[in-house]
Design a binder for this molecule. Sequence first.
Ligand SMILES: Cc1cc2nc3c(=O)[nH]c(=O)nc-3n(C[C@H](O)[C@H](O)[C@H](O)COP(=O)(O)OP(=O)(O)OC[C@H]3O[C@@H](n4cnc5c(N)ncnc54)[C@H](O)[C@@H]3O)c2cc1C
Length: 386
Amino acid sequence: MIDYFDLEASLSQEERLLVDSARSFVEGEVDDMGEHWIEGTFPTEIIPKMGEMGFYAPNLEGYGLPGVSETSYGLLMRELEACDSGLRSMASVQGALVMYPIHAFGSDEQKEEWLPALGEGEAVGCFGLTEPEHGSNPSAMETRAEKDGDEYVLNGSKTWITNSPISDVAVVWAKDHSEEDHPVRGFLVETDRDGVTTNKIDEKLSLRASITGEIALQDARIPEENRLPGVSGMKGPLSCLTQARYGIAWGAVGAAQDCFETAREYATDREQFGKPIGGFQLQQRKLAEMATQITLAQLLAHRLAELKESGEMRPQHVSMAKRNNVRMARDQSRIAREMLGGNGITADYSPMRHMTNMETVYTYEGTHDIHTLILGEDLTGIQAYQ
Ligand SMILES: Cc1cc2nc3c(=O)[nH]c(=O)nc-3n(C[C@H](O)[C@H](O)[C@H](O)COP(=O)(O)OP(=O)(O)OC[C@H]3O[C@@H](n4cnc5c(N)ncnc54)[C@H](O)[C@@H]3O)c2cc1C
């Protein structure tokens, strides 16, 4: 795939190996994403295979996790999203939104119970933050937890939750009403508990090859030891989102690269007016612009990885990279679609599938607008959310 500034020349052997194995996994095991997208299904049989390949939270250490470099992790997200955003979402949610908080904030028992199972893809997890009335402003959440003896009773409802209908465990963020000031706390909620339901959301027109649902909690009782002990307040969910947004900043580049390669190949094959359409200046301009925008996004992603590796990455850096790279992929997938003419609107080619997926990626993990406000606040010192 396009690497115009030869960024991959400086990859380590580990990083190169990871790119190659992810790419051959995708080519060998998931060559039918277009069909899944049309059907609105996810190929669940590959969930444990992705675990075997080490695709879930490989940048963490311990509990059988290899602790690969942040560049390796980013490249993995890029390769998965070059196939489909649904595939990258599976790995992102499992790794960055479920395993990361257990790893960072969980008790030893929670880590031992869940990290190996989630890492191997024997168990599936989901992350419940968004509520029907509170999306961009999750700190206004209404889901509540109340202590009752050595249990917590949870009530509330979460929506737009990736994988909730197929999950074994949900990381649910709720306000703890047993404590003063009602701090936000994370709870590990097994989805087969009484009072927990996870209905599927159907008829999505974006991210169709990904399972999305709700989490309804009605007097759901969980033992006290299911609370994540190591964090309190919005820092908990927000730090998970920083991890996942990092993967998205890389993943979106993969989707755009796949669109670019599809458009370039089409432009050299497809003939009109007696020559390949790639021989017309108008089409060359589109390819030149696409290649430039992809290269800029790749540079941003690689530098972000360096900052993350050295511990200098700030959430605002991630906001800029997520915001820019997703907008880039959203714009460029549309141009690629356009270059494919009528064929571009079919599922036989990937650009329109990527293009519609990007509507979700543009919206979840902080909308484009919200990342603009995060950057605005960082640049001026003035909050403009309210
Ligand atoms: C397919 C899919 C999967 C998802 N998976 C998950 C998941 O696994 N877990 C999870 O917790 N959530 C998930 N989400 C939810 C996602 O994070 C939210 O949709 C997102 O945060 C936006 O919230 P909202 O949809 O309520 O939109 P709203 O917050 O209602 O925003 C509507 C519009 O208003 C704009 N807006 C909001 N506030 C401001 C402001 N202050 N200034 C200017 N404009 C503003 C927004 O940018 C947006 O354009 C998923 C969403 C989708 C679509």
